[in-house]
Design a protein around this ligand. Structure first.
Ligand SMILES: [Mn+2]
Length: 535
């Protein structure tokens, strides 16, 4: 209902059904839902890459700005007549060369304005919600090398902001608004420890600037996703799930890991308009599946996949700066060994136990503890561990097998912001301390659920040399399982009022995976998402 303010009704051609796609981003494909509410396609203008890609109304960002202003107005430290000022990302080159790196917008700026171009600033009047975009005044040579130069008016329409000016006018335009204070963004990202880039321009010293209020407030807004944002995240998950399935169908013993990385990226881009992935693809096979962040420049997915290898592929596509984060683990030859199956099913049990328990009010560290406990129980059932599970928990044995956190917030950043607001403490115990958030769950939060069991030589050696942990380990059996490498099962979910919605849709049980891969080798009969989720 709140969307209605953004409709330009006179422009809308109401149709009885969906209108065919036309390659303009201001067309009129209109559709009414059964309750008389309009579909998102009605909200214009929108971001769209044509074909079957998702149309994202820029009204998404108008709503984000409105939510931010409402929050700031409730903050007693915010004076009347304050203006939020953000600086967008800038183009960069390879080191000292003139070779450009494909631009990706800075995440806070994207959340607020949805602008894809580099070198911009944006301002929002907190009292009125009025938005101003500042775009770079491009040199004439731009028209030769880069293409048509658009005036500010073009960007005003493209992004549905109230005003647009050149960046060179920022000082005079803001001065004309006589703001009591400019709220700029300065704060630490709790995952990287890096500080956000605060807006700065020539002449800012004439303004009263506050750089501490904005960061916690805007981060808090980003933690809860709107319905329009959820539509984008459903899309990124749909495309990335399909891409993972393409990979599972194509994988063959003898291939290089990077061939599957390439196939994933190709599917995401060609079918989903995803020029970027949310993070570097992790395509570990065999023992590489136990390397949590394999795929980096020092280990660039370059091993040959061998018969008997387990593949752990952690990959997610990004559309219009919204991400996804999915891990599939499956046998390269299409058939799990007994050991692989036992470990896989232990992790799947943990994943499903967490999904059953997720709902508003639940503390995320408790979900981590739940997954850990299921792992320890299952490893005991398999025989790798022996003894009392409560005693194992006391010596943090779970963190030997799952040294990372159970999952994290997901959104515009794959490790999305706001995990540790003031008052939420990071635990110190192994495993739990790696959690990227320790919050209680609220409806509208999007998270990954990614339990894993890994046989990491370094950690196993450490445990075997620690009498407090070694006493629980059956080292002969452990030896047999080391070849499994690691299993991770990662899905993306939204917390709903009563539980959760699963966004990811890939074959998950051993039976589903083996059947899907067998079909993939012969003909391409597709995996049925709905019937799988009903199970
Ligand atoms: Mn993840």
């Amino acid at each position: 209902m709140i969307y209605i303010a953004y409709l330009a009704m006179q422009d809308v051609h109401i149709m009885s059904g969906r209108v065919g796609n036309t390659p303009a981003n201001r067309d009129c494909s209109a559709e009414w839902g059964p309750d008389g509410r309009c579909a998102l396609q009605l909200l214009r203008p929108f971001f769209w890459l044509g074909n079957e890609t998702l149309k994202v109304p820029v009204a998404l960002f108008a709503l984000n700005r409105r939510r931010l202003c409402e929050r700031l107005r409730q903050n007693k430290d915010v004076q009347k007549n304050s203006i939020v000022l953000l600086q967008g990302g800038e183009e960069t080159q390879r080191y000292c060369t003139d070779t450009g790196i494909v631009f990706r917008q800075e995440s806070y700026f994207h959340w607020t304005f949805g602008v894809t171009e580099a070198g911009c600033f944006g301002a929002v009047d907190v009292d009125t919600g009025r938005s101003i975009l500042f775009v770079p005044q491009l040199p004439e040579s731009y028209a030769v090398w880069m293409g048509k130069i658009h005036p500010p008016e073009f960007f005003k329409n493209k992004y549905a902001v109230d005003e647009a000016h050149y960046v060179t006018e920022i000082s005079s335009v803001l001065a004309s608004k006589k703001p009591a204070v400019l709220l700029t963004l300065r704060g630490v990202n709790t995952d990287s420890g890096n500080v956000s880039k605060e807006a700065s321009f020539e002449g800012i010293s004439q303004f009263n600037v506050n750089n501490t209020i904005l960061h916690p407030e805007i981060a808090e807004c980003r933690v809860i996703k709107t319905d329009m944002e959820l539509e984008v995240l459903r899309y990124t998950n749909k495309i990335s799930s399909e891409a993972h399935k393409e990979v599972m169908k194509a994988v063959k013993v003898g291939m290089k890991e990077y061939e599957l990385e390439s196939l994933f990226q190709h599917y995401c881009y060609t079918r989903g308009g995803m020029r970027h992935t949310s993070y570097t693809c992790i395509c570990g096979s065999g023992e590489n599946s136990s390397v949590l962040h394999y795929g980096h420049a020092g280990a660039p997915n370059d091993k040959t996949i061998e018969d008997g290898d387990l593949c752990l592929f952690d990959m997610g596509g990004e559309y219009y700066c919204y991400g996804s984060d999915i891990t599939c683990t499956f046998p390269a030859n299409g058939k799990f060994t007994a050991e692989q199956r036992a470990v896989y099913e232990a992790v799947l049990k943990a994943s499903r136990a967490v999904m059953e328990a997720v709902k508003p009010g639940v503390a995320w560290p408790d979900m981590h503890r739940l997954a850990d406990r299921v792992h320890l129980e299952e490893l005991t059932r398999i025989g790798i561990l022996k003894g009392n599970v409560d005693d194992m928990v006391k010596v943090h044995l779970g963190a030997i097998f799952m040294p990372h956190g159970l999952g994290h917030l997901l959104g515009i950043d794959v490790h999305d912001v706001g995990g540790y607001p003031e008052g939420v403490r990071r635990a110190e115990e192994p495993g739990l301390r790696s959690l990227r958030t320790a919050r209680r769950l609220q409806p509208g939060m999007v998270l990954t659920i990614e339990p894993g069991i890994y046989f990491i030589q370094h950690l196993l050696q450490q445990a075997l040399h620690d009498p407090a942990q070694a006493c629980f380990i059956n080292s002969d059996l452990l030896q047999r399982f080391r070849a499994v490498g690691g299993v991770r099962i990662e899905d993306d979910i939204v917390v709903t009022a009563t539980g959760m919605e699963l966004l990811t849709c890939v074959p998950r049980t051993v039976e589903e995976i083996e059947a899907f891969m067998a079909e993939g080798q012969s003909s391409a009969k597709s995996f049925d998402c709905l019937s799988s989720q009903k199970k």
